[in-house]
Design a protein around this ligand. Sequence first.
Ligand SMILES: NC(=O)c1ccc[n+]([C@@H]2O[C@H](COP(=O)([O-])OP(=O)(O)OC[C@H]3O[C@@H](n4cnc5c(N)ncnc54)[C@H](O)[C@@H]3O)[C@@H](O)[C@H]2O)c1
Length: 334
Amino acid sequence: MRILVTGGAGFIGSNFIHYWLKNHPEDTVINLDVLTYAGHPESLKDIENSPNYKFIKGDITNEAVVNSTMQRADTVVHFAAESHVDRSIIDPLQFVRTNVLGTAVLLNAALEAKIKRFHHVSTDEVYGELKQGDARFREDTPYQPRTPYSASKAGSDHLVRAYFETYGLPITITNCANNYGPFHDPEKLIPRFITNLLEGKKVPLMGKGENIREWLHVEDHAKAIDLCLQKGKIGGTYLIQGEEKTNLEITQMLLDILGMDASRIEYVEHRLGHDFRYAIDGSKLASLGWHRERSLEKDLPEVVEWYKNNEWWWKPLKLGRPNVDSSAQKSYGK
Ligand SMILES: NC(=O)c1ccc[n+]([C@@H]2O[C@H](COP(=O)([O-])OP(=O)(O)OC[C@H]3O[C@@H](n4cnc5c(N)ncnc54)[C@H](O)[C@@H]3O)[C@@H](O)[C@H]2O)c1
């Protein structure tokens, strides 16, 4: 396969490229990434000279760059996006530009280049929020996005599906839970909390930490995409389930791993439109043979260890970059 990965210098994209080259060494990967503040080429330092890896600095909204890059691929895995909810509340238009327009430019080019598979990576946030006791999201749950981020991702999902229905472009879509793992930008909850604790700071927990998220190890995510590329039905959507935890439970796990106590928590206001709960019914993907192999209990200590051992990667990202907090003075990422 000749895979074009968009946004491969970001958190999930870089982990996906590592996973792919390790497990499919016969394939080639082209990484198209414009390197916004969230793009970190250092995450791919170890493979930058591999003969089957090529980095192209370019914007997915730029038709000329996208058209010429697309000619070199037969498969697309599309991660590139603006991904931070708090930033979307401050600058929604940038999210529409990248997530909606950028996806449309890629789809047009994919059609022109007769791409064999266009896999679109999306989020469970397109379904809106659940209250305690509500049924889990399924592939047929109506879209009800509540933030500019999730609305722009919903727009991109609709476009991808429309290119299948209208033009027959062979697409698959996955919508997944929050990811955790190495190379995760310290503006997001788990890495922000780990690095704050390592730096002797407090962690800003919204409300009473009662909001509920699902968590998925980034390698389990890569395996799920791999399976969808092999066995996913063309035109199909698959939800990727994680483990449900309140934000307070996650915080407590991190404090326990680091041998610290609850005095390190600083309770702050909720962000605007803070979704209460996301939860996924992953049975459709399970029917293809996927199951979660990693767990927070077993693998979160390894992630904390990674941040302890890789200050070279995250320290420069925190220096000189103010935390982006959309509503409260202090808040955190998704
Ligand atoms: N992180 C999560 O927990 C999570 C959960 C569900 C879905 N997703 C989705 O997965 C994808 C990847 O998320 P992530 O956390 O790795 O994001 P990220 O913010 O870490 O990385 C995004 C990457 O896209 C690049 N990019 C942004 N705009 C671009 C443009 N116009 N042209 C080319 N490249 C551009 C950035 O430079 C960066 O490398 C996104 O589509 C996101 O919506 C993420």
